[in-house]
Every structure is written in structure tokens, then in C-alpha cells.
Design a protein around this ligand. Structure first.
Ligand SMILES: [Zn+2]
Length: 194
């Protein structure tokens, strides 16, 4: 059974998929927006005549009011009246002060996210989180440009591991890189591409 720590270790795309499946299995029509770790609105959900935007933020730290304000701005830009901000972390107290009583916005922190997940039958929970267990690269980052997984590479002169896009050596190549420290590089990530 998936734990909050697993969701915190998952990359942004895996987390988006988990959230999208949760809404989908609750009966919503879901649409993932274009790739990008911070495009504001990650998922658009529709239920009868009710449409809302969702942002999923993989975060161990506390979410600031600025991040929530930005999301509210994105909702307006997408012409959405309602929103759900999901994080694997927590919200700072000021966020509840500013947004806690607003009808158009739901704040879901890591604790509530796990609680929501537990409402599903065990088999459904497994399906919702299937990426986290079946994909050996579930906790490897996803390229914000291409939406494909990134792979460990190394700057040999300095012996510093970093992540490069699977399309780094394609033509035309993708130049998105991420420092190794941003996501822990495990041996199984290397083995997968050996
Ligand atoms: Zn890429």
C-alpha cells in the first residue's frame, strides 16, 4: 500500500497521474494539460456542468500563499471558477488565513491526499498508484519539455551526476537537464539504462 513518503518521492508527472486517476475513478472526466512542472493548472476535471482545475505539487516543504495566489491566477486564465490545490506537503498557516474560507478553492495537503486515497477499495488504490510500483523509473524526473522520463548521466570531469532527457541525443535533441541532487539517483535507475 502506498504511503505518503512514496507520493513525496514520485516525480511531478507520476503524481499528476495519481491525482488524475483519483478524480477519474470518482466519476469525473479528466484531462491532463500540457507538460510542465509548474504550468498552473495540471488537470481539468468535469462533473456534469461543473468544471474545475487542479494543481498537483510534489513538495516536502510548506506551500506559500504566493504559490496558491499563482494557482488562483491560472484558474482565471483558464476561465475556471473552481480549483483544487493538491500537495504532498503542507500549506503554511497564512494560506489558510487567506484562502481557507473561500468556496471556490479546496486545499488538499499530504495528509488529506492519503486520506482521500484510502477511501478507494484496495484494488482501486493499487490501480491509482500503479505507476509508483510497476514503473522502475517511477521516481525519476520527467522532462518538462517532452513529458518523457529523464535518465541519469554524468559530467565526467567533475564526477557530478545529473539527469538528462531521454531525447537528449535525438535529432533535434532536448537540452533539459536537472541536477542529480534534485532527485536522488538510485542504482536501479542506472541499471535500467545499462
Ligand atoms: Zn526533453
Amino acid at each position: 500500500m502506498v504511503a505518503l513518503e512514496d507520493l513525496q518521492a514520485a516525480d511531478w508527472r507520476s503524481l499528476e497521474l495519481v491525482c488524475a486517476r483519483m478524480f477519474s475513478m470518482s466519476g469525473d472526466e479528466v484531462e491532463l494539460t500540457s507538460f510542465g512542472p509548474d504550468g498552473g493548472v495540471d488537470i481539468i476535471c468535469s462533473r456534469e456542468n461543473f468544471t474545475f482545475g487542479v494543481q498537483c505539487k510534489r513538495e516536502r516543504q510548506k506551500i506559500s500563499p504566493t504559490a496558491v495566489r499563482e494557482f488562483v491566477g491560472s484558474l482565471a486564465a483558464w476561465d475556471l471558477k473552481w480549483g483544487v490545490f493538491v500537495t504532498t506537503g503542507q500549506f503554511r498557516r497564512e494560506v489558510y488565513g487567506e484562502f481557507g474560507e473561500r468556496d471556490f478553492l479546496r486545499l488538499v495537503d499530504g495528509g488529506k491526499l492519503i486520506e482521500a486515497l484510502r477511501w478507494f477499495a484496495p484494488g482501486d488504490q493499487e490501480e491509482i498508484t500503479s505507476d509508483l510500483f510497476e514503473d522502475p523509473l517511477w521516481d525519476a524526473p520527467t522532462c518538462c519539455n517532452c513529458g518523457v522520463k529523464m535518465v541519469p548521466a554524468k559530467i565526467y570531469e567533475r564526477d557530478e551526476p545529473y539527469w538528462e532527457c531521454c531525447n537528449a541525443h535525438a535529432d533535434p535533441g532536448c537540452s533539459v537537464r536537472m541536477p542529480g541532487t534534485a532527485f536522488e539517483i538510485h542504482d536501479r535507475h542506472r541499471e535500467f539504462f545499462a
